[in-house]
Write a protein that binds this ligand. Structure first.
Ligand SMILES: NC(=O)c1ccc[n+]([C@@H]2O[C@H](COP(=O)([O-])OP(=O)(O)OC[C@H]3O[C@@H](n4cnc5c(N)ncnc54)[C@H](O)[C@@H]3O)[C@@H](O)[C@H]2O)c1
Length: 293
């Protein structure tokens, strides 16, 4: 089916980027948040991103204006009714996602496709909460969605060939690399990346190196653009905590378990860059190692 209108549920770290990319690719976009403050914050991020693209000469002002005009922010699920594709990017919490899908399923037209941007939860578990398990798949973007090239296109056991092909074509229409994967917790990238970040936290706990030393070593020694602890702060420690809980539950392997340091940081409300504090403190001009760790 032809996709023209895209709904994005959630305008946080991922949702605002997914909405911006879709609008930049010519789609009409409806973005739904739970309250006005979060909706304004998400739209503010999009506007800032577009302004930066104009400033850097990557986009003309007229194009930026057009992109912005294609995005309609809303608090009302009803505005998603005519969407051809709805992508969810709400909290990594199965209960919340199921409740949201049940509401959206009753509102959005029957032929529309639903996609989850989950990092670790089952696509099938979500598909089963809807009346359209054949028109349900995973579209897993990476942070920042405006920049990162990959979209993992995840197939649940019920996903139809047509839906899966539409998912891949949609990713390609956004000039992304759509890599097909199965509905296994963490798909390809997080299956490999999450244990790596958790091991970096364990290496820190064991005194192998300081936060900065571990990050510097992996940048200079493995050619990574960002060290693992900076990356964890960037992903969001709350999101990472949820991802490893889901993966630990699924695979029952220590490599997916939350290290004690992460658990304590979450209890303290330190969620990384988004909350101003994680492995680094972001309150000054430059991030510094969190002195309280
Ligand atoms: N952070 C990452 O690097 C990353 C990368 C890929 C995928 N993901 C996945 O994307 C999803 C979102 O993660 P995030 O980092 O953007 O989280 P976030 O906390 O930044 O944003 C989530 C947003 O969803 C909103 N929300 C919650 N319930 C809602 C509802 N019913 N309707 C509309 N909005 C609702 C919240 O208000 C919040 O603004 C998660 O499933 C996560 O696993 C995250």
């Amino acid at each position: 089916m032809a996709i023209e209108r895209v709904g994005v549920v959630g305008a946080g770290l991922m949702g605002h980027g997914i909405a911006q990319v879709a609008a930049q690719s010519g789609y009409d976009v409806v973005v739904r948040e739970i309250d006005q403050e979060r909706l304004d914050k998400g739209m503010g991020r999009i506007e800032k991103g577009l302004a930066r693209a104009v400033e850097k000469g990557r986009m003309q002002q007229t194009e930026a204006d057009e992109v912005r005009s294609r995005i309609s922010p809303t608090l009302d699920y009803g505005d998603l009714a005519d969407c051809d594709l709805v992508i969810e990017a709400i909290d990594e919490d199965l209960g919340a996602k199921l409740q949201m899908w049940r509401e959206v399923d009753n509102i959005v037209k029957d032929e529309a496709i639903f996609a989850t941007n989950t990092s670790s939860l089952g696509v099938m578990d979500q598909a089963a909460a809807t009346k359209r398990p054949d028109r349900f798949l995973g579209l897993h973007y990476f942070n920042p969605a405006q920049v990162m090239k990959l979209v993992e296109v995840a197939r649940a056991v019920t996903t139809s060939d047509e839906t899966f092909d539409t998912g891949v074509s949609f990713a390609e229409s956004e000039k992304k690399l759509g890599v097909k994967t199965k509905d296994k917790a963490g798909f390809i990238v997080n299956r490999l990346l999450v244990p790596y970040m958790l091991d970096a936290i364990r290496a820190y706990e064991e005194g192998v190196g300081s936060i900065e030393e571990i990050d510097a070593a992996m940048k200079a020694g493995a050619g990574h653009p960002m060290g693992p602890l900076t990356l964890a702060d960037f992903v969001g420690l709350d999101t990472m905590g949820s991802i490893c809980d889901v993966m630990f539950d699924e695979f029952r392997e220590r490599r997916f378990a939350q290290p004690p340091t992460l658990r304590k940081m979450l209890a303290a409300g330190w969620y990384g860059q988004k909350s101003g504090k994680g492995f680094y403190d972001y309150s000054g001009d430059e991030p510094v190692m969190n002195p309280q760790l």
